[in-house]
Each structure stands twice: as C-alpha cells, then as structure tokens.
Design a protein around this ligand. Structure first.
Ligand code: AMP
Ligand code: MG
Length: 328
C-alpha cells in the first residue's frame, strides 16, 4: 500500500513537473511578421491563440485585399461590430490622447511611400500635399457603430493591431484558466502570469544598429506588455537617404529625430503598441513630457548615439546596459 502511495505521488510530481517546465509552443507567420507563442497549458490553448491571431489578421490587415478592413477602406462606409468597432474606437481615442502622433488614418501616406507592397517611392511635394489633405481623424466619422470616411481617407491599424491581438490572446488564455504564457508577435512581447519555474521573464530590447543583438534586457515577474517601435524595423534607401515606415502625420515624412527606438512597458498590449509608435514620432523631449503627463506606462528610449534613457518606474527591471533614469 505504502509502495503504491509513493508511486502515485511520484507519478503526480513527475506529471506536474512536466507541465510546469515545458510550455507548448508554436511559430506562426501572421500580420507580416514571425510570431512565437509559448503557453504553459494544453495543446487546445495553443490552438485557441493561433486561431485568434489568424482571425484578427483577416480583419485588420489593410494590405490584404481580402480583409474586412480593406473592404471598409474601399467602400468608405460600413456598420462596424466586434473587434473592428473596438479597435476603431480605441484608435480614435489614442490618436486624440497623443495629439495625432499616432494616427490611424495614415494609410494613404503609407501607400504613397510604397510600404504595403515594397514598391518604394519618395513622394513629390505635390503628391505629399494632396495626400496629407486626407490624413487626420477629423476625416473619419463614427456615429454609434456607423463609420463613414471622407473620400480618399483610409484606415491603417498596423501600429496597434499586434498589440490589440496579444492583449486579446492573453485575455482568452486567462479565461480558459492558463496561468502562464509568453507571446512574441514581431516587436511586441506580452507575458501572462509568473513563469512556472519561478524564474524571471527576460525580454531583450533590440540594438537598433544590430537588431539581432539585445542592447538591454528587461527582467521581471508577472503580466506585462513590452512593445518596441524603431525606424530600423522597416526601411528603404534611395539616393543615399534612408526612409523608414513610421510616418509623422503632420509632415508626411518618416519621423526623424534623435530617437532610434522607443520601448513601452505597461499592462495593456494595445496601449503599449500605440504609444511606442506615437512617442517615436514625438521625439525625445515631447515623449518625456507625455510620459510625465500620464500614469499608465513606462518607457525606454534608445537614441541614435546609442545612449539609453529609462523612466523611473521601469529602471529596476533594466539590466545589461548603462542608462540614465528619467524622473517625474
Ligand atoms: P509600429 O511598428 O507599431 O510603430 O507601427 C508602424 C506601422 O504603423 C507602419 O508600418 C504603418 O503601417 C503604421 N504607421 C506609420 N506611422 C504611423 C503613425 N504615425 N500612426 C499610426 N500608424 C502609423
Ligand atoms: Mg505601435
């Protein structure tokens, strides 16, 4: 009897040990980037996440002519529901909050520069002037759930779709009882819970001049979203000049300032994603002022000269680099 009890106990320990140390894992190509998902749960939880990522991709991808967003952009008018209504409302609010640095109507500009199909083009001043007239949330009208856009205005959720998606996946996993997960959707990382072996989550910030290398590492426990925006992530060269994919909606040009990248750390993936883009557009000084005016996030700024600045709320999590702390 005693032997049987010990054997049952050992089997139980072994099984727990297995599920504790080994996540189920998948690599997914979606939203134009490689994603890595680790779930400390069952295969069905991983399937749930994979399905959700592809489902949201088929709604949000502006460049995919089969997506729901493409149809909206084509018709300029549509009754919205579900995720498309949520992300549109969130995007409008985040645009207002960031004084238009994050702007979901940049798609005509993104297309003019040729980013969706890699057919790059440096616009003429006339083209820019014509296209800038279509940009701005004043050109989108959302009454209840009825969206209408001024002629030529188009939506692009490229700067928040991955963050919205990682947040949705974490919410779904929580609901299905999963305690720990690590989602890495391109430059967007989101963690759920405490790592089952008790160790810290470790998330690197890419070195802008050598993105496969980390320039700094975040270590922490618990649920967080970490999102990086940087000009190095997508760009082209023409006539000795580099042009990247994060556009300043006021000038129509790629945002050029002292920043090489911005990483946002906060509790919500969608907010982290919108803010990383917005603060990159704002530039260092304005971004610091914005951080001081808000209580819901922290940030790490990597400047083009490789110096690193971290807001005080996340300084303790940052290692493997020298940095200056920004205080309120
Ligand atoms: P992210 O990598 O999250 O910073 O998002 C960059 C993507 O968002 C670009 O590839 C564009 O599709 C879109 N985008 C570019 N500039 C802006 C902007 N100022 N506001 C909102 N979306 C933008
Ligand atoms: Mg973003």
């Amino acid at each position: 009897m005693k032997k049987l009890l010990i054997s049952i106990l050992l089997t139980a320990l072994f099984l727990t040990g297995c599920s504790v140390s080994k996540p189920v894992e998948a690599e997914i190509f979606a939203m134009d980037t490689l994603m890595d998902v680790k779930v400390w749960g069952g295969q069905e939880d991983l399937t749930l996440v994979t399905y959700e990522i592809h489902r949201l991709e088929s709604i949000f991808s502006a460049a995919d002519s089969g997506s729901v967003l493409s149809q909206v952009n084509l018709s300029g008018k549509r009754e919205l529901s579900g995720d498309l209504l949520s992300i549109t409302r969130d995007a409008m609010a985040l645009s207002e909050k960031t004084d238009g640095a994050f702007d979901p109507t940049v798609y005509p500009l993104v297309r003019l520069w040729g980013f969706p199909d890699d057919e790059y083009h440096v616009p003429t001043p006339e083209e820019l002037e014509h296209t800038l007239a279509l940009i701005g949330t004043e050109h989108i009208h959302l009454e209840e759930n009825m969206l209408s856009m001024d002629s030529g205005t188009m939506l692009d959720f490229g700067a928040i779709a991955k963050g919205y998606t990682s947040q949705q996946c974490v919410n779904l996993l929580k609901t299905s009882g999963v305690d720990a997960a690590l989602l890495s959707l391109g430059g967007n990382v989101q963690t759920l819970g405490i790592k089952p072996d008790g160790s810290d989550w470790a998330v690197g910030i890419a070195a802008p001049d050598s993105p496969m290398q980390p320039i700094a590492v975040f270590t922490f426990k618990g649920s967080k979203a970490l999102v990086t925006s940087g000009g190095y992530q997508r760009f082209f060269e023409f006539d000795g000049q580099t042009y990247h994919h994060i556009l300043d909606p006021k000038t129509g040009f790629p945002a050029e300032n002292e920043l090489a990248s911005v990483t946002i750390i906060c509790d919500n993936g969608e907010i982290a994603d919108a803010y990383s883009t917005a603060l990159f557009v704002m530039g260092f000084d304005k971004a610091c002022e914005f951080w001081k005016s808000q209580a819901d996030f922290d940030a790490v700024f990597v400047l083009k000269d490789r110096s690193i600045y971290a807001t005080e709320g996340c300084a303790e999590m940052l290692s493997d680099c020298e940095f200056t702390v920004i205080k309120r």
